[in-house]
Ligand binder design. Sequence first.
Ligand code: G3H
Ligand code: 13P
Ligand code: ZN
Length: 311
Amino acid sequence: MPLVTSTEMLKKAYEGGYAVGAFNVNNMEIVQAITEAAKEENAPIILQVSAGARKYAKHIYLVKLVEAAVADTGVPITLHLDHGADFEICKSCIDGGFTSVMIDGSHYAFEDNVALARQVVEYAHPRGVVVEAELGRLAGIEDAVNVTDEDAQFTNPAEVEEFVTRTGVDSLAIAIGTSHGAYKFKPGQKPQLRFDILEEVGRRLPGFPIVLHGASSVIQEDVKTINQYGGQMPDAIGIPEEMLRQAATMAVCKINIDSDLRLAMTAALRKYLVENPSHFDPRQYLSPARDHIRDLVKHKMKDVLGCSGKA
Ligand code: G3H
Ligand code: 13P
Ligand code: ZN
């Protein structure tokens, strides 16, 4: 089976009241961990690549790794550009074998965001590639961009129909209180999401797939392990899993998770290296890290997103 677009999988997710996991990939172990989980859970999967990942691993390596995972596992996989900053990076990924791109014009004024998203759609659609855009602005850190809480902005539901109609995008990311990174809420702050906004967006765009970024739950067990084995992470609070479950039963069909994978990998690596101080074979310490990510992704698919058995 070749790489697929997310059209069918998001349509089925909408109708079935679950969400497809979109996990960020940066190297072979992460690709293998996620796709092994998808195979074991018989789940559809979106593997997403950021500009930072392309810089770290090179576009061609990531594409070939994902193609290898398709051949190895046989599960339906969408290869997606995460947070494309401009037309050029979207074009480069469309020309370079991706089946889905995000154009992130969320920091621009409405009209500029529309124009940019439209431009990408006009290039992507004739080439069989789908497009995600974003309205509203998430707080948090991605790559070198740090959006402060003050600069973050909830999505205005009154804008979504016009945005989707004029751009022709295939899915829309909205801001309802999630944020990027491991520090989503201040210590002592109660996690809250604006489900009223999600509900209103869903009412205005019936049948249309909504995307939730910044959806890591910041598994406390992993933070604890990191700190137990020499790390120094301050209190980190993520999105409670029951909130993600709720969002998945509503219009949210794609849920983006990266930080939880990073924490899982770091926790397993720290633990292994501290417990085995004389080992220096990367295969020895990368194996438990890969296994730990695989188990985390299986948990997300089964217990949070509801996409197990839906491939
Ligand atoms: O939303 C951003 C993702 O977590 C990717 O992060 O840009 O550091 O690769 P990155
Ligand atoms: P997290 O930082 O919450 O994992 O969000 C990832 C994301 O939104 C990737 O686009
Ligand atoms: Zn994101």
